[in-house]
Design a protein around this ligand. Structure first.
Ligand code: SF4
Length: 404
């Protein structure tokens, strides 16, 4: 097969749009090199095409599967739309329109784990910046309990660390990692602070109190004093954070503490945050939800108008009673016993799915729009366009079937 590029890689939320794919002797190589990007393209270029659709595991044609899915959704008392890790903005738009018609619960966070209560960003707001602004201004980048060298391999290059030729700050910038694990990113750090995750909330609130001079440095352990000294040395700082801070019980309280600290620091210097999303499509789906309903990341439309969903156990039968789940370009979750599942996915749908329809993989077989982790919209190309429909097209047909 021929090489192609430059194209946008959707292997992670960085959406690098300078990627050329080479395929010597059946291998997959990327320029610029990226291990995760190779894996992402290899999975999509090499896997055999499954059946266009299945019903209870048996091959079916797409129209019959759509009719079956429409019937399940029409009869549902409590439908859930979830996934979106590999969805485009167009997919998310069509999903919100269908969720509105069904008065469904729509979730862009993982429904396999506990939700963490009222989300911090809508409550408090956040200071953000593009990758280019961080590259050109941030003299100190603090990575908080994340390992972007593994999950977003070109992040440090894109924000001007070693390997990135475009940083005008060069050696003046420093990488500080807060993590007690031995990660690839931590090994690259100029400065490291190690404490257990359980101490994050205390650390963030203590830093906030120290910054406001409400708690003397003599009263606080040396690591936090050192961190605040590093912060106070430079005019521009970026905090990089993600699920390492926000997942699990109390996660949104920790996120709130980070954003409150950033707000306090912004009185004297320029401080921004950069969130690492859990999936490539997550940022775009959350932006669509916020524009169209006013809320994100999880919205309940069952009352006929949007409400922020703040359940902490989203799939617990006694809390939500989800009876039909429609998965859109995402990983399979463990659903409540007896719930039916419909999957519209380019990846294999998984076991025990009642209805599945294979979609075209955005960025390889289908074009679309995705939002980079800093919110910048980018085009995904279709270098090997195929016959499979996009999730957006299927969702629009589902809506038409239900309204018929
Ligand atoms: S960093 Fe992410 S988007 Fe960029 S090439 Fe690697 S996998 Fe693709």
């Amino acid at each position: 097969m021929a090489d192609f590029g430059p194209v946008t890689c959707a292997g992670c939320g960085l959406l690098c749009d300078d990627v050329t794919v080479e395929r010597p002797n059946g291998d997959v190589r990327l320029q610029p090199p990226c291990r995760l990007g190779v894996q992402w393209f290899s999975e999509r270029l090499r896997r055999p095409a499954p059946a266009p659709a299945t019903i209870s595991g048996q091959p079916a044609d797409v129209q019959t599967a759509l009719t079956r899915a429409a019937g399940l959704l029409r009869r549902s008392r409590r439908p859930l739309l979830y996934g979106f890790e590999a969805a485009t903005v167009e997919d998310a738009r069509a999903a919100v329109a269908l969720a509105d018609r069904l008065e469904a619960l729509i979730a862009t966070e993982s429904v396999s784990a506990s939700w963490t209560g009222a989300p911090a960003v809508p409550l408090r707001g956040t200071s953000t910046a593009t990758l280019g602004e961080i590259r050109d201004r941030s003299r100190l980048v603090i990575v908080w309990r994340e390992d972007p060298e593994t999950t977003h391999p070109r992040l440090l290059e894109r924000i001007g660390f070693e390997g990135g030729a475009s940083s005008r700050l060069g050696a003046k910038r420093r990488l500080l990692v807060v993590d007690d694990r031995e990660t690839t990113t931590a090994r690259r750090a100029d400065l490291r602070l190690r404490w257990a995750r359980e101490r994050d909330l205390d650390a963030l609130t203590t830093l906030h109190l120290m910054q406001r001079r409400l708690r003397p440095a003599s009263d606080v352990e040396g690591e936090l004093v050192a961190l605040l000294e590093h912060i106070n040395e430079v005019p521009h700082i970026a905090f990089v954070y993600g699920g390492g801070l926000t997942n699990g019980a109390g996660g949104q309280r920790r996120a709130l503490a980070l954003h409150e600290l950033v707000r306090a620091l912004c009185h004297e210097r320029h401080v921004v945050t950069l969130a690492l999303p859990r999936g490539t499509g997550t940022t775009g789906a959350q932006d669509v939800l916020a524009w169209q309903t006013g809320y994100c990341p999880n919205v309940d439309l069952s009352s006929g108008h949007p409400e922020l969903a703040t359940a902490t156990q989203p799939l617990a039968a006694d809390q939500e009673g989800v009876d039909v789940a429609l998965r859109i370009e995402g990983a399979q979750a463990r659903l409540p016993a007896g719930a039916a599942e419909i999957a519209l996915c380019s990846a294999p749908a998984g076991a025990d799915v009642d209805v599945s329809i294979r979609t075209a993989a955005a960025g390889v077989e289908a074009a679309g729009t995705a939002h980079r982790l800093d919110g910048v919209p980018l085009t995904l190309q279709a270098p090997l366009a195929g016959d499979a429909p996009t999730a957006a097209a299927l969702l629009t047909r589902l809506l038409a079937e239900i309204e018929r």
